[in-house]
Design a protein around this ligand. Structure first.
Ligand code: ARG
Length: 391
């Protein structure tokens, strides 16, 4: 029997290889690592480790460009945010799952496997795609099905001599992609503990100077940094470096998981933090008051669908259809001033701006229109209400 496993090379998925062999009895295990912004060395190590653990075949798939173009750029357009979390892991899971299914179809596999626990969100995200795209496959989730604690996973790893970066002193669970890095577990599980500096990697303060950062958007998508155009992947990695070096983009959140379990999460999201703020600033300039108000609902719905792992719910496509025309006007440049752990938007401009000096300025006479009539009717119901007796 053949099983295809979504494999990161981390503790849980490495343990899964062994469990799929020894506990579940699969004779052919195929591992798939989808590169959505992982370290080159880590990818090589993941592959070597998979073969050492006895897999039949391993695939590494570079999906960085697809991730940015079809997922990250949408997250920007929808100001993606779930309880303050800009959806990094949540955004990448459907793409990873889709690539795993592609391989499973090519290999005519009987089953699909993932290394998620029963407490988290990722099981929902993987399985939404697995069930939608390859319904005939059996889904195997060893860590959840065997109800393994992190400690038990570490023990199994030791028993099988699986090389792992985590040990009892460094028990963080880390997930990384181009849009963000998340750290949970260990002492962070107590939300009253301040995160120790060692958990951070992308937002270490290495640049204490002040600099300006200008990002140019077209069709709601970032295309240039400081006047220079970048391809989608480079644009995000460059921003992570620039913004992260100022120590900007750290989040410490207690969020509500799908199951209703609260979770303390540390995120490093320098590119996401800056781009989301800048995109919003540009929308404020070009969208009408009614559009802005209505779009908040659209944004929230889209973000929640993604967080909840409902990538294939048809509502997502409808919401994406909704902004298709509007986003053509989200064009222009936004400048932020980066300082020591500080990020301030200081300038924005657009050819589609609804902000007009001749209308706005207190130094320019108002056109020959009367506001008096409007003032009268604006207060009409309030004044009628206040005139009522015996209330
Ligand atoms: N809470 C986030 C989410 O549900 C991040 C989970 C990342 N996992 C991790 N092992 N750090 O998307």
């Amino acid at each position: 029997m053949k099983v295809v496993l979504a494999y990161s090379g981390g503790l849980d998925t490495s343990v899964c290889i062994k469990l799929l062999q020894d506990r579940y009895g699969y004779d052919k295990i195929i591992t798939v690592t989808v590169d959505v912004g992982l370290d080159k060395d880590d990818l090589k190590k993941a592959e070597e480790k998979a073969y050492e653990l006895g897999v039949y075949k391993h695939y590494t798939i570079d999906a960085k460009e697809e991730f940015v173009k079809k997922y990250v750029f949408k997250a920007i357009m929808f100001n993606a945010n779930y309880e303050g979390y800009p959806l990094s892991t949540a955004l990448a899971r459907p793409l990873i799952a889709e690539k795993v299914v592609d391989i499973a179809k090519r290999e005519e596999a009987d089953a699909l496997a993932h290394g998620c626990t029963g407490k988290g969100n990722d099981q929902f995200r993987f399985e939404n795609v697995f069930r939608s795209l390859y319904p005939k496959a059996k889904i195997v989730a060893p860590i959840r099905e065997l109800n393994l604690t992190r400690k038990e996973s570490i023990e199994i790893a030791k028993r099988y001599e699986i090389p792992i970066p985590v040990n009892y002193n460094n028990p963080y669970s880390i997930d990384e992609n181009l849009w963000g890095r998340s750290i949970e577990g260990g002492i962070l599980e107590d939300p009253s503990n301040e995160p120790p500096e060692e958990v951070f990697k992308w937002t270490k303060l290495t640049n204490e100077s002040t600099e300006y950062l200008e990002v140019t958007f077209e069709d709601g998508i970032p295309v240039e940094i400081n006047g220079k155009s970048y391809n989608p992947v480079e644009l995000i990695t460059t921003l992570n470096k620039i913004v992260g070096s100022h120590g900007i983009g750290r989040l410490d959140i207690v969020e509500d998981r799908i199951l209703g379990i609260k979770s303390r999460e540390i995120y490093e999201v320098p590119a996401a933090f800056s781009l989301l703020n800048m995109h919003k600033a540009l929308e404020q300039l070009v969208l009408s008051r009614r559009e802005i108000k209505f779009k908040e609902i659209i944004d929230m719905e889209w973000s929640e669908l993604v967080y909840y792992g409902l990538w294939y719910d048809p509502l997502r496509e409808s919401l994406e259809g909704f902004i298709e025309k509007q986003r053509k006007r989200v064009k222009g440049s936004v400048t932020a001033k980066l300082g020591k752990k500080s990020f301030e938007i200081v300038s924005r401009e657009s050819p589609y701006s609804l902000y007009r000096k001749e209308v706005v300025s207190y130094d320019i006479k108002q056109k020959n229109i009367s506001v008096e009539g409007m003032l009268y009717y604006h207060s009409l119901q309030s004044s009628l209400y206040k005139s009522l007796k015996n209330l």
